[in-house]
Ligand binder design. Structure first.
Ligand SMILES: [Zn+2]
Length: 285
């Protein structure tokens, strides 16, 4: 047992977190606050609790407002170091993920369904083509595991659904490499472009959620036409162009060209990613 009692607060001038001496009200190195007697009052505790909630709340509302209606704003503020008022890029991204998968828990957006993999292989005109004979490998694997192929297909779909969410941490850094390759002259730091990509993608998830929810609830139940998907991507393209314009400071023509290029890179990585997820799930199951 630890024989030393833990002091509730110290008045020593050494920072308890980083050890810096001559600490003032706050530590100049790590920002730790010096604990004083009044910090232990219930009143103070309630006050910080309330500030924690309302501060998160206003950060949240402000971030989403600017994310939705001002393309590139959050990235720009992040670059300029104006950060305390907004959620961090990764927080925005995670929050949008939660919203998206709340509405579409099993949707095969970020992985290709087994059907798509099979028909894509047979019909190369399908945009979801693949060089991988999924059906053949599925049947072989099912024999090996001694289960029916359609049973295995179901298992793969469930696995791919989870996997595709986790590997988002691969998809976006890849896209960020593409964006970095275009704009490295504007900012030499990869992470700066990663922030841009996270914000754009977060918007995409929200756009997708609102757009598809609206179609499914107002127009028809399940089916979305290719034109409707195209229209959504046009909206997204407009958003990216706006974001490129604000963040990278280009004129409207250059923004359009480079915004379009950024989206093309994304679509390629995205199509590759969703097929790779399903193939690897079959290989690794
Ligand atoms: Zn410190």
């Amino acid at each position: 047992m630890n024989q030393k009692t833990t002091q509730p607060f110290t008045n020593s001038s050494t920072c308890p977190s980083c050890g810096r001496t001559q600490m003032g009200k706050f530590c100049a190195d790590c920002g730790e606050k010096r604990i004083e007697a009044q910090d232990w009052s219930l009143w103070h505790f309630g006050k910080t609790f309330w500030a924690g909630i309302t501060n998160f709340d206003s950060q949240f509302v402000r971030s989403f407002w600017f994310l939705l209606f001002f393309p590139g704003w959050l990235t720009q503020k992040y670059w300029q170091g104006e950060r305390v008022q907004y959620l961090k890029p990764i927080q925005v991204f995670l929050a949008c993920n939660v919203i998206f998968f709340f509405f579409f828990p099993m949707i095969s957006v970020f992985y290709a369904s087994v059907d798509e993999m099979i028909t894509g292989y047979k019909d190369p005109s399908n945009y979801n083509y693949s060089f991988y004979d999924f059906e053949k490998n599925l049947v072989q694997k099912a024999q090996k595991l001694k289960i029916a192929p359609n049973q295995l297909a179901q298992k793969i779909q469930v696995l791919a659904n989870t996997t595709s969410k986790i590997w988002m941490f691969v998809l976006l850094p890849l896209w960020a490499i593409g964006v970095y390759a275009i704009f490295w002259r504007k900012n030499p730091y990869y992470v700066a472009h990663l922030a841009f990509v996270l914000h754009c993608f977060a918007f995409y998830l929200l756009l997708y959620t609102v757009y598809f929810e609206a179609i499914f609830r107002l127009v028809r139940e399940a089916y979305v036409s290719d034109y409707e998907i195209m229209a959504m991507y046009l909206l997204y393209l407009g958003y990216i162009i706006g974001a490129v314009r604000r963040v990278y400071g280009l004129n409207i023509w250059k923004s359009t060209v480079y915004g379009f290029l950024s989206l093309v890179i994304y679509v390629f990585i995205f199509l590759w990613y969703r097929q790779a997820v399903t193939i690897l799930c079959l290989e690794w199951i």
